[in-house]
Design a protein around this ligand. Structure first.
Ligand code: SF4
Length: 156
């Protein structure tokens, strides 16, 4: 969006739906499923940035082109090693084995840490781990598929 920073939340949920081609109830569902963290104003209005639109487009492709469901996407997101990627101050002060995100499977770190009250929506929305996750999981998905194919025994 010309004139705005990629991370700047400027679009209403209606405009985000129009630009992304993903309906408003589906965007709300993505949020409820922990896949996106829209910016929230003081009056609880959701706003989206162009980076959010990229994230939504990536989710749309994973669902409609690659056949993943929400649980599959959450599993991929939970496999990202946030303790290696940096961005979360808790990772600097704790051995990773003690971090709740290290042992969690099936939930992205931002779902776990917000549920535990250790991170806020804004902490995670601004974190490099969350901001780059959508690009990383598309690559991770390709690696998982390639590994699965290479490990399949041949029938001959
Ligand atoms: S997204 Fe949130 S929980 Fe995950 S590494 Fe960043 S700050 Fe920590």
């Amino acid at each position: 969006m010309a004139g705005f920073e990629p991370h700047e939340p400027v679009l209403s949920i209606g405009l985000a739906a129009e630009r992304s081609g993903v309906a408003v109830p589906t965007l709300r569902l993505y949020e409820a499923e922990g896949l996106i963290i829209p910016y929230k104003t003081e009056t609880n209005r959701r706003l989206f940035s162009s980076e959010d639109l990229e994230r939504i487009e990536c989710l749309r492709k994973l669902i409609h082109e690659e056949g993943l469901n929400f649980a599959g996407i959450r599993w991929l997101l939970s496999a990202l090693p946030c303790w290696e990627l940096g961005g979360c101050p808790d990772c600097d002060v704790k051995p990773k084995l003690e971090c709740a995100t290290f042992s969690s499977t099936g939930e992205p770190c931002w779902v776990v840490m917000r549920r535990l009250g250790k991170k806020s929506d804004e902490d995670c929305r601004n974190c490099p781990v969350y901001r780059s996750a959508h690009k990383r999981i598309r690559r991770l998905r390709r690696v998982v598929v390639e590994l699965s194919i290479s490990e399949t025994p041949s029938s001959s």
